[in-house]
Design a protein around this ligand. Structure first.
Ligand code: NAD
Length: 492
């Protein structure tokens, strides 16, 4: 049974309720993960509350120093973290390392705490009156994270929450929970005071208890849209500050003037990398002519058929397993649905050669997909790429804008005019121009639009600081004389 991480140490759970953690490359159950009891949740809350009291009055330099030390330990332990990710998630070691690096980027940003928490000061807003802002901590913040990035997404949350003076409770995915424990070990090795970060495992019951707890002030969620919507509504009802990021169906528009070799290479990685289990993956390609669609398929299909499929800890592997047997069943179901809907299955991943055990499936490629098909509308979250043939740019743009998800999109073109128009008019939160996976760098903000995100502020970058701190505005007068008696609102 895996432990929780409470008050600075790994602690065994007393829970009788738990779930299995699989190695997706073999299908074996390698751990049981406990679902926290109400007492364990309360202990985590109490220790976080105590830690917050002291931590919120530490100097910004001290908070930054913790982040520098944490960053160094993350660098040193990248391989150990990546091995855990590969073991429980299934993605390749190289991909796991890259995802950790994208998390470390945000820790590096958090090292700038003294600068990030500066606020405005206006001298003489009236005679002898100054006005200034204080960015203060909220208290206890909770982060609920998905299975597909066990290190990166938590690292997009708590480094910023902590430098803002908060304490944090992390509820990792029950499918690959071990990485969260190692991250917590490293934060404490870096010198975090006891209780500053607590890792509590669980399912829906634990999540609901955390997000509605009267002592929790802010909730950050990343996962599927149906759960994101539930979290957003319940946490808002309980008067929490909340941001909830959900599912995606990201389109890549390939114009006729694009460099097709470059576009095809980029699409292969973006569609099939991490076995299609990325919220910024590209599961849809739209072309504006049959000529470009045919030319792309000529490049994509043979490559997709030839991927080396195997465990993520083998250096030669391109496509690792899906994370669970349910994910595998879902992908297989959508391949059947697509065929029934009339799409052309050019590459059928079920026919690929792969290890017998584990949750493996090859890459699939559908052509002649149309907007009303379920394989286009739904998030499949597997290695399935759909090609849609639009008659022109305006139709392609209208399809992208009409889709209910709005996380990311990309355009491949050599025309600055089209790229500019696309960036201006597309109704999507993150846009790549000749960049297939436009996940913003740590010092910019990540966030989708439409049914892909709930709440006003994005993850990391300046929005992260705003989300995890509250602004207090002080108007102050230090006169020699006295306030003048008056019943009208003061003006200057
Ligand atoms: P999920 O929604 O099943 O689970 C996410 C988290 O919520 C987990 O910690 C899980 O334990 C918890 N949870 C699950 N069901 C719950 C419920 N009914 N009530 C309360 N909590 C619940 O998502 P997942 O399968 O772990 O991750 C894949 C999904 O996450 C995909 O839809 C993907 O697009 C999305 N995702 C989005 C982003 C983004 O930034 N927008 C990033 C990564 C993943």
């Amino acid at each position: 049974m895996l432990p929780h991480h409470i008050n600075g140490q790994r602690v065994m759970s007393q829970s009788t309720s738990h779930g299995p953690v699989h190695n997706p490359a073999t299908g074996e159950i390698i751990h049981q993960v406990p679902f926290a009891t109400p007492v364990e949740i309360e202990t985590a809350i109490e220790t976080a509350e105590k830690a917050h009291r002291e931590w919120s009055i530490t100097s910004l330099a001290e908070r930054a120093r913790l982040m520098f030390a944490f960053k160094n330990l993350l660098d040193k332990n990248t391989d150990a973290l990546a091995e855990l990710i590969t073991l429980e998630h299934g993605k390749t070691h190289a991909d796991a390392r890259a995802s950790i690096q994208r998390g470390i980027d945000v820790v590096e940003y958090a090292c700038g705490a003294p600068n990030l928490l500066k606020s405005a000061y206006s001298e003489r807003v009236g005679r002898d009156v100054d006005c200034y802002g204080l960015r203060q901590s909220l208290g206890i913040c909770v982060g609920i994270t998905p299975f597909n990035f066990p290190a990166m997404i938590p690292l997009w949350m708590y480094p910023l929450a902590l430098i803002c003076g908060n304490a944090f409770i992390h509820k990792p995915s029950e499918k690959d929970p071990s990485t969260a424990l190692l991250l917590a070990d490293l934060l404490y090795e870096a010198g975090a005071p006891k209780g500053l970060l607590n890792v509590v495992h669980g399912d829906k019951t634990v999540v609901d208890a955390l997000i509605c707890h009267p002592k929790v002030k802010a909730v950050s969620f990343v996962g599927s849209s149906t759960v994101a919507e539930h979290i957003y509504q319940s946490a808002s009802l309980h008067n929490k500050r909340v941001q909830a990021f959900g599912s995606a169906k990201n389109h890549c528009l390939v114009m006729d003037d694009a460099d097709l070799d470059d576009a095809a290479n980029a699409i292969l990685g973006a569609a099939y990398g991490s076995c299609g289990q990325r919220c910024m993956a590209i599961p849809v390609v739209v072309t504006v002519s049959d000529k470009t669609a045919d030319a792309l398929i000529q490049r994509l299909a043979p490559a997709a058929r030839d991927f080396i499929i195997g465990p993520g800890n083998n250096d030669k592997t391109v496509l690792g397993p899906l994370n669970t047997a349910e994910s595998l069943a879902r992908v297989q179901k959508y391949l059947d649905i697509g065929v029934k809907e009339g799409a052309k299955l050019i590459v059928d991943g079920r026919k690929a050669t792969h290890p017998k055990e584990g949750f493996f499936i090859g890459a699939s490629l559908f052509d002649a997909v149309t907007p009303e098909m379920a394989i286009y509308q739904d998030e499949i979250f597997g290695p399935v790429l759909c090609i849609l043939r639009a008659p022109d740019y305006e139709t392609a743009l209208s399809w992208i804008n009409a889709h209910r998800y709005g996380n990311g999109t990309a355009i491949f073109t050599q025309s600055g005019e089209i790229a500019h128009d696309f960036a201006a008019r597309v109704q999507i939160g993150m846009v790549g121009i000749n960049v297939p996976i436009p996940v913003p760098v740590g010092y910019h903000t990540f966030g989708g639009w439409k049914y892909s995100a709930f709440g006003d502020l994005g993850l990391h970058g300046p929005d992260g600081i705003q989300f995890y701190s509250q602004l207090k505005t002080i108007t102050s007068r230090w006169p020699k004389g006295r306030n003048v008696h008056g019943f009208t609102l003061p003006t200057h």
